[in-house]
Structures are given as C-alpha cells and as structure tokens.
Design a protein around this ligand. Sequence first.
Ligand SMILES: NC(=O)c1ccc[n+]([C@@H]2O[C@H](COP(=O)([O-])OP(=O)(O)OC[C@H]3O[C@@H](n4cnc5c(N)ncnc54)[C@H](OP(=O)(O)O)[C@@H]3O)[C@@H](O)[C@H]2O)c1
Length: 282
Amino acid sequence: MQPVKAPTLSAHGAEMPSVGYGTMLYPEPARAVELIVHALNAGYRHIDTARKYGSEQWVGEAIRASGVPRDELWVSTKVTEENAKADDFARSVDTSLKTLGLDYVDQLLIHWPQPAVPLEETLGALAKAKTDGLTRHVGVSNFTVALVDEAVAKCSEPIITNQIEYHAYIRQDKVLAACARHGVIVTCHVPLARGQLLNDPVINEIAAAHDKTAAQVALRFLVQQPQVAVVPRALEFSEIDEDIDLFDFELSDEEMSRIGALRDRNLRVVNPPVRSPQWDEG
Ligand SMILES: NC(=O)c1ccc[n+]([C@@H]2O[C@H](COP(=O)([O-])OP(=O)(O)OC[C@H]3O[C@@H](n4cnc5c(N)ncnc54)[C@H](OP(=O)(O)O)[C@@H]3O)[C@@H](O)[C@H]2O)c1
C-alpha cells in the first residue's frame, strides 16, 4: 500500500495530523516496535503515547528505526493524574523525554483531571513545559465541559486538544460544543469502542456500500466531523493500513445521520472509578 497522508487539523497555530496511531495495551510487547514502524511506513505521522502506557520507549525506538525525519512527526505524550503537582509533573515530562529519546514532544496532555490538586498548579506546569521548549503544544484529556472552560481560562498557553472517548456508540455533543467554542480539537480515544462497534449492522451495511471495512466507516464517521481527530490502535499490519486509509471516500449526510443515531446507546468504554470526573451526559 502507498503511504497515506492524513489531512491536518489547525488549532491556535498547531497543525495536528487527524489520524494518529494509538500505542496503549500491547499484549505482545516484543512486537510493539515493528508495529509502530509499520504505522510510520503506512503514513501515520501522529503517534499517541503516555507515561501510563509504558510504550514511550518503543515509540522512540520505532521513530529512530523508521528514519522518518523528526520534524515530520507529531509525537504526543501525557502526564498522569498521580503527577498533577508541579514538581511531579516536571519530573514526569523529563522521564518521558528521556524514555522517548527525544528533546521535545509535539503535544503534551494532562491525562486525567486531578481534583486533589488545584488545576491552576497543573496548568502552570503544563504551560512551563511549553515555554521551556519541552513540548510544542499543550492540551488535556478526559476533560468535561466545565474543566475545558476552566483550563482554557486559566492556562497561559493555548489548549489545542481535548482527547476524550468519542465514537459511534457515545454522544458527546456537549463537550464537542465546548471544544468548538474554544477552537480546541477533539481527539477521539477508543474510536472503535475497543472493537465493540465493528459488528454493528448499520456500520457494516454502509461499509459494504462503499467497499470499505466497518473500522474504516466507524473512523470516517469521526474524521468527517469538523475538528475531530482519531487515534485508533491495531495489532495487525493490515488493520493499521486500513485505519489511516479514510480519505478516498465520503459518507453521505444520510449515512452520517444513521451512524449518528447509534450514539444513543451511550456506551462508555473508558470509565475508571478512581479517575473519572462527573461526565457530561449527551
Ligand atoms: N486519553 C485516554 O485516557 C485514553 C484512554 C484509552 C485509549 N487512549 C488512546 O486511544 C488509543 C486507541 O484506543 P484502544 O486501543 O483502547 O481502542 P480502539 O482503537 O477503539 O480499538 C482497538 C481495537 O479495535 C481493533 N481494531 C483496530 N483496527 C481494526 C481494524 N481495521 N479492523 C478490525 N479491528 C480493528 C483492535 O484489534 P486488535 O487488537 O486485534 O488489533 C482492538 O481490539 C489507545 O491506544 C491510546 O493511544 C487514550
């Protein structure tokens, strides 16, 4: 397959590739580097990692093995809620860069909100990572409407993304509207609901009509929405290839509405009781 170039999304001077390769949960760590190298060869220029995933080292190794020039890449990592205090946050960023073997990342996210630490403190540490040159852009993850509003108001650097669970089985209209109001890109994690929507009859019927797979239709449904990016994870070369090959077809308004109606299921896949904020419903 020829490498696919995913279009970029613009936010506050950033140009984020709209399809990233997710690197969470590798059941066979020994294969991680070859899978990430394959993603880079397939055209992915956005790699989504996090301190919590344990995949930063493999991402760094894969980047070096691929030979893709650093300035063509969008590397995103995250600081967990356990490191929300300023000193801990700075140490976490330092460890991420050392583990990745990079001087800077393109995007640094607060992975989860931490109610026990004032948000101003964590935002201050996030902004400092940018002004110190350790990241080109900053953002948040798993933030609700109220938290996005607060982060935008209190961060001295522009928030460019909120990485949240969004897919064809969950309605996220309120948080999408809040992000749009602030010019913040929505990056969808678990965009395939961890595979749960791949057997959906509506998605499969639409996929057959376009000679595409269910995964491609489910991902296309997301990237066809304004300012929406996706970071799927796949462990098969052919699936990695499929998941970026989304830009040679278009869903009709009627198809978008039919898939959009599936969101009433409100299936939330990522909802850890220790970390989750009070989610916005609908
Ligand atoms: N910010 C956060 O709190 C947060 C939380 C969760 C995830 N994330 C990010 O989001 C990324 C994606 O989430 P995820 O991996 O949990 O879920 P996902 O991308 O929704 O789904 C992954 C599942 O879909 C399957 N799949 C992928 N492409 C496919 C294709 N073309 N055909 C058939 N099956 C396909 C995979 O199968 P195989 O395993 O067999 O390949 C896997 O079981 C993570 O890697 C991580 O980077 C962020």
